[in-house]
Ligand binder design. Structure first.
Ligand code: ZN
Length: 80
């Protein structure tokens, strides 16, 4: 049973990318950084002609999964 409580400390585990949408997100293809993952998607489409949401749609990803995809790719690209 889960209520909408305020307990958040237990939710943070490694590899769990729940709340990334509002964080600054570097572009996957250049050094620029956008204010959010969604903005980075727009940037990629306009600057690099890579329409990730469209690709995601073809893969039947929803918007949220797409952002998780971005974060995943980002981790592969910038080996932090
Ligand atoms: Zn870029």
């Amino acid at each position: 049973m889960e209520l909408n409580g305020e307990r958040e400390e237990d939710n943070y585990s490694e590899g769990d990318e729940e709340d990334q949408e509002s964080e600054p997100c570097p572009c996957l293809f250049c050094k620029s950084e956008q204010s959010s993952a969604a903005a980075t998607l727009d940037h990629c489409r306009e600057e690099h002609l890579v329409d990730l949401p469209r690709i995601a749609t073809q893969l039947h990803y929803d918007h949220y999964s797409c952002i998780k995809l971005i974060n995943y790719i980002r981790k592969q690209v910038c080996c932090s």
